[in-house]
Write a protein that binds this ligand. Structure first.
Ligand code: UD1
Ligand code: UDP
Length: 372
């Protein structure tokens, strides 16, 4: 049988987590031949995801370098994909989200005149430096794309506002919700949970964005340190991103602080298991903002703006920025106000029903069968 060759390209932890349900769906579909390409913009943090989802890339560009620059990532991805795209000639390339791998892989596919499908299309803050470089990455990717998988009506509206053709935009939900079906375990346990007394509450913290590195991170961590010191039954679990620019500030502020547990990045089963047992989450991550409502966890967003306003409108997310006093106030309010906590914890998840990947694969098949 003549099958459709669909190439997925990803490079970082969040892309892999949210592309995994699509890859699983492609693998189960007899009408498609999936080709999996990892750029390995991330190394250990990507490997964790591949193991959990049992994904074996057909190609691995292995581009990661310590403290890599944006220009390095861009040029290595474009050059690395050149021969692969030339030899494989896929019918369609699928990319996810807003990383530099996403943008460079789309550019590469365009140079080979191969159509591009963008999973998680249409997210916008309308500020090209926030998040940086992600806002520009996703705008450029959307300029190149032929198929848009918008997670929500709002992301579709953003694409229409930029005059992308409506016939090529599909509201699918976010594949982050599909991924939760693979990772949530009822009987979950982790050693870090043993280290926290049973009558303590704990906050799960992650922070990594480039625009937050340095002083904004320092200001945020100072607020967290102060609140923990003054709240004897509160712990913080912080799996620290492997970026040296994040590691250095995390250790500078938190080393020696009681009840702040700095641990290595968790695999996604562990992360979701611990998130489900936390009191609430503090993060500047994109993906975590989408997952938390499904775990019934309030989120304090450690950024000045979010491309995920649906979660703010639904009531789960509160954008607090990184100023020390604002972060402290938001933490204390959530810790001390049960009504506010309850309202945030029980909000509806606006990011989909966990069947986005099925829709995406079916749309790809329809699109390609019309072209052939
Ligand atoms: C990247 C993405 C960001 C995404 C984030 C998810 C870009 C420009 N940034 O940011 O959009 O939100 O991933 O986490 O695409 N490192 C390791 N091992 C790893 C991963 C990273 O050692 O497994 C270290 C390396 O020194 C690397 C540095 O972290 O140079 C930064 O990695 P990079 O991918 O450039 O940026 P992130 O901050 O991870
Ligand atoms: N995550 C994980 N281990 C961790 C921290 C996060 O598996 O220690 C998962 C999280 O559940 C989410 C994704 O990684 O699915 C978010 O990745 P990240 O915060 O690195 O990137 P972003 O979403 O900000 O692009």
């Amino acid at each position: 049988m003549n099958t459709l060759k669909i190439m997925t390209i990803f490079g970082t932890r969040p892309e892999a987590i949210k592309m995994a349900p699509v890859i699983k769906q492609l693998e189960a579909d007899p009408g498609t031949t999936p080709i999996i390409v990892a750029t390995s913009q991330h190394r250990e943090m990507l490997q964790q995801v591949l193991e959990i989802f049992n994904i074996q890339p057909d190609y691995d560009l292995k581009i990661m370098a310590q403290q890599q620059t944006l220009s390095e990532i861009t040029s290595k991805v474009i050059l690395g994909l050149d021969t692969i795209l030339q030899e494989e000639q896929p019918d369609l390339v699928l990319v996810h989200g807003d990383t530099t791998t996403t943008m460079a892989a789309s550019m590469s596919a365009f140079y080979h005149q191969i159509p591009v499908g963008h999973v998680e299309a249409g997210l916008r803050t309308w500020d090209k430096y926030s998040p940086y470089p992600e806002e520009m990455n996703r705008m450029l990717t959307d300029d190149i794309s032929d198929l848009y998988f918008a997670p929500t009506q709002l992301s579709k509206d953003n694409l229409l506002q930029e005059h992308h053709p409506e016939s090529q935009i599909f509201i699918t939900g976010n594949t982050a919700i599909d991924a939760l079906r693979y990772t949530i375990r009822i009987d979950y346990h982790h050693d870090v949970l043993t280290a926290i007394p049973r009558d303590h509450r704990f906050i799960l913290l992650t922070m990594h964005r480039r625009e937050n590195q340095g002083q904004p991170m320092r200001d945020t961590f100072k607020a967290i340190k102060d609140v923990v010191r003054n709240t004897p039954d509160l712990d913080v679990v912080y799996p620290v991103h492997l970026s040296p620019r994040v590691q250095s500030v995390a250790h500078e502020v938190f080393d020696g602080v009681d009840r702040v547990h700095l641990i290595a990045p968790l695999d996604v089963v562990d992360f979701h298991g611990i998130a489900a047992r936390s009191s609430f989450i503090m993060t500047d991550s994109g993906g975590v903002q989408e997952e938390a409502p499904s775990l019934n966890k309030p989120v304090l967003v450690l950024r000045d703006s979010t491309e995920r306003p649906e979660g703010v409108a639904a009531g789960t997310l509160k954008v607090v920025g990184t100023a020390t006093q604002a972060v402290k106030d938001a933490m204390l309010s959530l810790l001390n106000n049960p009504q506010e906590y309850h309202a945030m914890a029980t909000a509806h998840n606006p990011y989909g029903d966990g069947h986005a990947a099925e829709r995406i694969v079916s749309i790809c098949r329809d699109y390609l069968s019309r072209k052939k």
